[in-house]
Design a protein around this ligand. Structure first.
Ligand code: ZN
Length: 619
């Protein structure tokens, strides 16, 4: 293990603990330091820039090649994104209108592009080749394990008409939604290269530091990732309150941002943005940039204290938000998470607006601090985000529902019923149906955690989430990392759970086969019908109103959870080994006294046939 020697003097938060906290030799992640200068022409949406990238090879391997993402090249007729849009079963309605791909219809002045015009490595010219949205670069000299190199690039780009995520003039009139806009080094980590083409979704990036100087028409107001370094030259609501701004003369302003330890950099700009800030007492400064449209202002004002409440909720339940700033920016085509910021549409009703904000803010943890690979394990960011978002909404929006995850379970059950389910471990672009991707990654992904709470206990689940954050922040956690964390917290073995739930489409179906008299006692016969194993909580309700529970641990989990129904007596039965399809136990009361037997009264276990989970006497 080696340390990355980076002194990042403008970091407002001390990240040295991260640097010393790298995992064993088998894990590594690269490191990037970007300095980007870019000038945007707001008349024709073209931009030109230079980028200096100091690349640190923390891998044990010598690198002879590197790859950059050139995401804007996806927005061209004939691109992989365009073609996939035309041949997927259920294309995204934002991109496919009246039977036609919107990308296919783009004219040369409307397409997106991002083209390097020169590239050097430590001053030496490099050969490079664009392959759609990926730039393949053969290095002049290999980067040794532990070595550093400086890559300097000039590039030119054109912002596409807004089709998906980034773009110009979105449907609510935001001029520039600039995500995936710069040549972005692909990640090479302990799993190898991730130079994935941009087809539909989503992202994986290299952790590092960004220094971005953006020159743009002086009337445009900018928000996004990064701390503004020259607020007194910019104004537009960034200046210290009550101070005078000294703007440079001329038609443009140069905005200077820095962002420490992030893996992406987004910005958005519009001449009609309003800009409000809210300094949290024990938290970051929140920025809100939204169109000066009388119809939306009230909603955006109401949104601000709720953003602070959500920030507090996540910091308390996951781990402290590590940056000094978060920006909610009006733009894009729905809601999308970025480093220290989000781009959301802003014209809908208040509950939609606050819902999207809470979801995207939750992604600050599950993606922009815990940076799993979204193309490979989208359930870890979307599913975990859905989980904590739902708890947050239940709490701060005063919902207080007893079963806040009902819609997630319904979505998963209808996915199973559709017959179109693919394993969650399917690469994101290889899902045959967008709806199956959504139901699996978002909803079944949330169920990974709700159900984990059923298996290990809900207090252990929340402890797992906090430990997962503490151990894997600013890294690229994998499915095994959340599983190992839950194992360490609970003392159980959970490989079976991770494997069946995320790598197969096996389903859970347990049932009550028979309840019968056995003298003065009652025999309860259970069966396992589905392939997926689970431990069971069984509730028995008697005619006198009293209740007791029985618990069958799964043998292969080698452990037991605490009684989740503390007020009700629980009997722990012998383990139920998975291969046995039936299990019997006895209740010390006569059959006539039993009103009902119920498998998993919490309904946290995603049993696909709930009808056989309840037994009641037939008369
Ligand atoms: Zn999301």
């Amino acid at each position: 293990m080696r340390l990355i020697k980076t002194v990042f003097f403008f970091a407002l938060v001390n990240f040295t603990l991260f640097v010393q906290g790298q995992r064993s030799d088998s894990y590594w992640q690269q490191h990037v330091d970007y300095s980007i200068e870019v000038a945007m022409n707001v008349e024709n949406y073209q931009y030109q820039g230079t980028q200096q990238l100091i690349y640190t090879n923390n891998s044990p391997d010598e690198l002879t090649r590197v790859y950059y993402h050139l995401y804007f090249n996806a927005f061209q007729p004939g691109s992989e994104m365009d073609v996939r849009l035309q041949n997927i079963n259920d294309p995204d309605g934002r991109m496919f209108v009246e039977g036609k791909s919107r990308i296919a219809a783009l004219s040369p002045s409307e397409i997106g592009y991002l083209h390097p015009t020169s590239l050097t490595q430590d001053g030496e010219q490099l050969a490079f080749n664009e392959e759609g949205t990926v730039l393949v670069v053969t290095l002049a000299k290999p980067i040794p394990a532990g070595g550093k190199t400086t890559l300097e690039m000039a590039f030119k780009g054109q912002v596409p008409v807004q089709i998906r995520r980034a773009g110009r003039n979105n449907k609510e009139g935001v001029a520039l939604s600039m995500s995936q806009w710069y040549p972005k080094m692909a990640e090479y980590d302990f799993e190898g290269w991730h130079a994935d083409p941009y087809i539909a979704r989503e992202f994986h990036g290299v952790w590092g530091n960004f220094d971005v100087k953006l020159t743009i028409d002086k009337d445009y107001i900018v928000g996004g990732t990064g701390y503004l370094q020259n607020p007194q030259e910019i104004g537009h609501g960034y200046e210290a309150t009550g101070t005078n701004v000294k703007k440079a003369k001329g038609k443009t302003l140069t905005w200077h941002f820095v962002a420490p330890m992030v893996h992406d950099f987004m910005w958005a700009a519009d001449p009609d943005y309003l800009h409000d800030t809210l300094k949290m007492e024990n938290g970051p400064t929140l920025h809100f940039l939204y169109k000066n449209d009388p119809g939306i202002i009230e909603n955006w004002k109401k949104l601000q204290p709720k953003t602070a409440e959500a920030m507090e909720f996540f910091s308390k339940n996951i781990g402290k938000y590590p940056y000094e700033q978060y920006s909610v920016v009006h733009g894009g085509d729905g809601g999308m998470e970025y480093a220290m910021s989000t781009l959301i549409v802003g014209g809908g009703n208040y509950s939609g607006l606050v819902g999207v904000m809470i979801h995207e803010l939750a992604h600050s943890w599950f993606q922009h601090i815990l940076a799993n690979n979204e193309l490979k394990h989208g359930w870890m960011d979307e599913g975990f985000t859905e989980f904590i978002e739902t708890l947050c909404k239940n709490n701060i929006l005063g919902k207080n529902e007893q079963y806040p995850f009902v819609s997630h379970y319904k979505s998963y059950f209808s996915l199973v019923a559709s017959g179109k389910e693919q394993p969650q471990s399917t690469q994101a672009d290889r899902f045959d149906h967008n709806f199956a991707y959504g139901a699996s990654i978002y909803n079944k992904g949330a169920l990974f955690l709700t159900q984990l709470g059923y298996i290990i206990g809900e207090d252990k689940l929340m402890e797992t989430i906090r430990k997962y954050f503490a151990d894997f922040k600013f890294k690229h956690p994998t499915p095994n990392d959340i599983k190992r964390t839950a194992e360490k917290v609970s003392g159980m073995e959970l490989d079976w759970y991770l494997t069946d739930w995320t790598q197969t489409t096996n389903t859970i179906d347990y049932g009550i086969k028979e309840v019968s008299a056995n003298g003065n006692k009652t025999k309860i016969s259970m069966e396992r019908i589905g392939l997926m194993p689970m431990p069971l909580d069984i509730l028995v309700v008697y005619t006198d109103g009293s209740r007791e529970t029985f618990y069958t641990p799964l043998r292969m989990m080698r452990g037991e959870k605490k009684n989740p129904y503390g007020e009700i007596k629980r009997t722990t039965l012998p383990d139920w080994p998975w291969a046995y399809s039936t299990f019997e136990f006895s209740v010390n009361r006569p059959l006539s006294t039993i009103r009902a037997v119920v498998i998993d009264p919490s309904q946290l276990m995603a049993d696909v046939h709930l009808e056989n989970n309840v037994w009641q006497p037939s008369n």
